[in-house]
Design a protein around this ligand. Structure first.
Ligand SMILES: Nc1ncnc2c1ncn2[C@@H]1O[C@H](COP(=O)(O)OP(=O)(O)OP(=O)(O)O)[C@@H](O)[C@H]1O
Ligand SMILES: [Mg+2]
Length: 215
């Protein structure tokens, strides 16, 4: 099993959007996938409740109640962490993960919170040794804006791979309101999948090869 921890203490930076879309990407490629929710807001579990019967199956795990609970035979696990996570809890969750995905918005507040959190977690061994990479994702990017240019400057020195930049699209909230993701309508969203998501999906999948984890 390959497990992805989607985390950033900053609220609203896109953790649940990324967690739900990634889970749907795996499920739609035929992998047995679970989405673990570690957030009192229960965004991922709410999304799963809206998910149509005929959509690719994703199992929901309520880690607020039973943190670490798993079912047998999973190929992919995506863990959606709530805002405000302290370093100590991140450290615990990191034990259940092979890599971290950390979204950052083009905002000076988000950059500051993310930079401070990265400094803290860089003291953790799996991070400092690079055995569990942190994939940084620039989120809600709008081309040719000052905010995007400043985020780009921040990302240049962030010290972790900047795996992709997701553009700002109303499609995410539209699809989410129906329990869906852009990967459930790949024909309609092929351009975004190709340019924005494939680099992230490929980075996650490359960890499978890197560590020889048998799915
Ligand atoms: N790339 C994007 N384009 C447009 N809207 C986006 C994008 N990413 C996220 N959003 C929107 O931003 C809002 C916050 O996103 P989301 O809930 O995924 O953040 P979060 O980090 O999980 O928040 P929280 O910290 O509260 O758990 C949502 O309304 C979502 O639809
Ligand atoms: Mg969330």
């Amino acid at each position: 099993m390959l497990s992805v921890l989607v985390a950033n203490p900053k609220g609203g930076c896109g953790k649940s959007t990324i967690a739900t879309n990634l889970a749907a990407a795996f499920a739609n490629s035929g992998l047995k996938t679970a989405l673990a929710d570690v957030d009192p807001q229960k965004s991922s579990l709410t999304w799963l409740n809206l998910r149509p019967e005929n959509a690719a199956k994703i199992e929901g795990l309520n880690w607020l109640k039973n943190e670490g609970e798993l079912t047998k035979g999973l190929h992919r696990l995506v863990i959606d962490v709530g805002a405000g996570i302290p370093k100590e809890h991140f450290d615990l969750l990191l034990k259940a993960a092979d890599l971290v995905v950390m979204p950052v918005l083009p905002s000076v507040f988000d950059e500051a919170t993310t930079g401070a959190f990265l400094e803290k977690v860089e003291t953790l061994k799996p991070i400092s040794k690079g055995t569990k990479p942190i994939a940084i994702v620039g989120n809600r990017m709008r081309a040719n804006t000052r905010a995007a240019a400043r985020l780009d400057a921040f990302l240049e020195d962030v010290g972790h791979p900047v795996v992709t930049r997701l553009s700002d699209r109303s499609a995410y909230s539209e699809m989410a309101s129906r329990g869906l993701s852009i990967f459930d309508r790949p024909g309609t969203h092929s351009a975004i999948i190709e340019s924005d998501w494939n680099p992230l999906v490929q980075f996650v999948e490359s960890q499978d090869w890197a560590y020889g984890i048998v799915t």
